[in-house]
Design a protein around this ligand. Structure first.
Ligand SMILES: Cc1cc2nc3c(=O)[nH]c(=O)nc-3n(C[C@H](O)[C@H](O)[C@H](O)COP(=O)(O)O)c2cc1C
Length: 265
């Protein structure tokens, strides 16, 4: 069995690697660099306003004609539970002391916005080649609107049940996200950590459970990982952490799209 090239063929990308959308760490610069290198670029939108998404995508379209993925969250914003927050800080207090951090600093509320009607309007206007979601999918009506635009829909599954649920709901491509995946892990049908598998255990099970192409994510950072994922039936792979070391990544630089806009205003 040769590598599954359905996504590469569909998007016209030369190499089987996708830049993971990473809210707060990826802006247009990294998406452009990755796309121009023959891979698929992504723009995470969970921390951007509609105006920022529009400006970022305009920058991307000016500098590359390659396919781009816009990525959105579909979570329900959690209520802040101070007792819970303080309990985990207490547990990590040794590290707070070691690094000179203030254990009593105010708890920041979430800055991630779930996909809504305004973002859907934007998808219709901007027509990215792929629309991807994290933490499941938007509600049925909103998802039907996105599908009506003809966009390819992608989301992540951390279990076989989640993968089946996504395919039944109309997802075209599924990211099998193993527990090595850094940053946001997209668990949405369960909160039970004991259901979670490593990437190379999860991938073949998801490949067997769904018909559409499967993308492997979590702990893959070099050619050996890409070949291993392909051997298990997943192609391409989505890589995140390894891109954080690129000069175009916004971590630590203070130049994410959101900070650029707030410093300009
Ligand atoms: C800093 C960071 C932020 C992330 N933010 C998002 C996000 O906004 N949307 C999303 O779908 N996945 C997000 N992820 C998960 C990635 O899409 C991907 O699954 C993960 O990075 C793969 O594992 P790796 O980091 O070991 O390569 C994030 C990952 C990191 C490291």
């Amino acid at each position: 069995m040769g590598p599954d090239t359905r996504i590469q063929d569909l998007l016209g990308i030369e190499l089987p690697t996708l830049l993971a959308p990473m809210a707060g760490a990826v802006s247009s610069e990294l998406a452009i660099a990755v796309a121009e290198a023959g891979r698929r670029g992504s723009l995470p939108c969970a921390m951007l306003s509609t105006g920022q998404v529009r400006a970022e995508l305009a920058r991307i379209r000016q500098r590359t004609a390659r396919p781009i993925n816009l990525n959105f969250f579909c979570h329900h914003s959690p209520a802040v539970d101070l007792q819970w927050e303080m309990a985990w800080r207490e547990r990590l207090s040794g590290y707070y002391l070691e690094l000179g951090l203030d254990l009593k600093a105010p708890v920041q509320s979430t800055t991630r916005t779930p996909f809504d009607g305004a973002m859907w309007d934007l998808v219709v206007e901007l027509r990215p080649e792929v629309v991807s979601f994290h933490f499941g999918l938007p509600d049925k009506e909103l998802l039907a609107h996105v599908k009506d635009t003809g966009e390819k829909i992608q989301s992540s599954a951390t279990t076989v049940d989640e993968a089946r649920w996504l395919e039944d709901a109309g997802c075209d491509t599924i990211v099998a996200q193993g527990y090595e995946a850094a940053g946001h892990r997209g668990m949405f049908l369960t909160q039970d950590i004991s259901t979670q598998l490593g990437t190379f255990a999860l991938v073949p099970q998801v490949v067997d459970a769904v018909k559409g192409p499967v993308i492997a994510a979590g702990g893959i950072a070099d050619a050996r990982g890409i070949v291993a994922a392909s051997g298990l039936g997943a192609s391409p792979v989505q890589m995140g952490t390894t891109y954080l070391f690129c000069p175009e990544s916004t971590i630590g630089s203070g130049t994410s799209a959101s900070t650029e806009e707030s410093s300009a205003s």
